[in-house]
Design a protein around this ligand. Structure first.
Ligand code: HEM
Length: 378
């Protein structure tokens, strides 16, 4: 064979080998957007717990590298699941008890005041810092005085960036994770790997609070609901329907419906290696899309908390999939909505348009995309 032909043949062989390797390595994904399909993926009939955990842990392995997570989210061990969910439930139950709740309310107020000191504030950084500090001081017993705003801003930003990058194949420097953990261990010295508990609570709650603040800042009926809840943060007030407007519970439910923090929940499917280029080995429950089904009303794309008051035909909070479904459903599904509402209420009480106001950016963000939003002193 002439020299040029050999080179051509070898390059073609290499290209084919690379394409094949890529096809075998890149899992095919199937996205499910209907409510029945989302229910089946999250709660498959007759699958034992160990298989459910395995199906969740495989797509979550990226969180091991990105954030050093070692909890049930990345493990197929039912023992790890039992111990971790028990630990989370103990924390929540302690805070739900009467004195615990009023402590959480006080802690939240202190955190909001602490992070409002600057003249002009980036909105996402502010809500992230407040929520992160509420999780640490309210749930994990950190002394608020130890939470230096610059350190908190560094850690929350680094967590966000590492989470976002974990979805791509870009290698992440390990020294940033070490720096995150240096702070975390100082703030929560008595637990093994506190990020295991911090991440599921902080990562979701800050976005619920940020989005609830945005809608409430735009509408005086929603604002009033949060101001009343701020003055009386009880279960009854959480559910109370105002004369014209929705309850705080309905507003938070609508945020969770239209802007679920966990937009997609992925499960791996057992597929023989040789079928992987052709058959999906990942099932994605598209929670965000499913919650825009007409089951939630005739105007599913619009933000309308009153849909949750359209009883008996209207949707109920427990029909949402923002907390998952079935055996692996979030242990904080009842606790998180009033807790996120306390954070929202304490922020709304400060955004009075007299001393402080919210300056809007071009669009409501998700984990990212809050550029242009800030809190300004008037
Ligand atoms: C609005 C806030 C929250 C949202 C939207 C949320 C969402 C979720 C979702 C979607 C799952 C299921 C994941 C799956 O099926 O793979 C889950 C599980 C879990 N969440 Fe939450 N979560 C929130 C707050 C919290 C908080 C505050 C805590 C802890 C204090 C927490 C602890 C957990 C734990 C331990 C699990 C695992 C449950 C299990 O494996 O049985 N979450 N969460």
């Amino acid at each position: 064979m002439p020299h040029a032909s050999i080179i051509l043949f070898s390059s073609a062989a290499v290209a084919v080998a690379v394409a094949l390797a890529k096809a075998f390595m890149t899992p095919k994904t199937r996205v499910h957007t209907s409510v029945p399909a989302v229910r089946t993926i999250l709660s498959p009939p007759e699958l034992p717990m160990s298989a459910l955990l395995r199906a969740r842990s495989i797509p979550n392995q990226r969180l091991v590298k990105a954030l050093g997570i070692s909890s049930t989210f990345v493990s197929d061990d039912p023992g790890v699941h039992d111990a971790f969910t028990r630990e989370a439930k103990v924390l929540i139950t302690t805070v739900t008890a009467k004195d615990g709740w009023s402590r959480l309310v006080d802690v939240t107020e202190t955190c909001v005041n602490r992070f409002l000191d600057a003249k002009s504030l980036d909105f996402a950084t502010f809500v992230q810092s407040v929520t992160f500090s509420v999780v640490l001081a309210g749930l994990l017993g950190t002394d608020i005085e130890d939470l230096d705003p610059a350190d908190v801003a560094f850690v929350t930003k680094a967590i966000n960036e590492r989470w976002a990058q974990s979805k791509s194949s870009i290698a992440q420097p390990t020294d940033v994770l070490d720096r995150i953990n240096d702070h975390i261990v100082r703030w929560v010295p008595d637990r093994t790997n506190p990020l295991n508990l911090i991440i599921p609570a902080y990562e979701t709650m800050w976005r619920v609070a940020a989005t609830a603040v945005v809608y409430s800042n735009r509408n005086c009926l929603l604002r009033e609901a949060f101001i009343s809840y701020n003055e009386n943060p009880t279960d009854d007030q959480f559910r109370a329907l105002a004369t014209e407007g929705p309850s705080v519970e309905a507003i938070i439910s609508e945020v969770l419906r239209l802007h679920p923090p966990t937009r997609h929940i992925t499960r791996s499917v057992v597929v023989p290696w040789w079928k992987k280029p052709f058959v999906p080995s990942l099932d994605v429950a598209d929670v965000e899309e499913a919650q825009k089904s007409i089951l939630f009303g005739s105007d599913p794309e619009s933000f309308n908390p009153m849909r949750f008051h359209a009883s008996p035909s209207g949707p109920k909070r427990d029909q949402l999939y923002a907390f998952g479904h079935g055996k692996l459903k979030c242990v904080a599904a009842s606790w998180a909505p009033p807790a996120a509402a306390v954070i929202t209420a304490k922020i709304m009480a400060k955004l009075d348009d007299v001393e402080l106001k919210l300056k809007e950016g071009p669009r409501i963000g998700k984990r990212e995309g809050w550029e242009g939003w800030s809190i300004e002193r008037i």
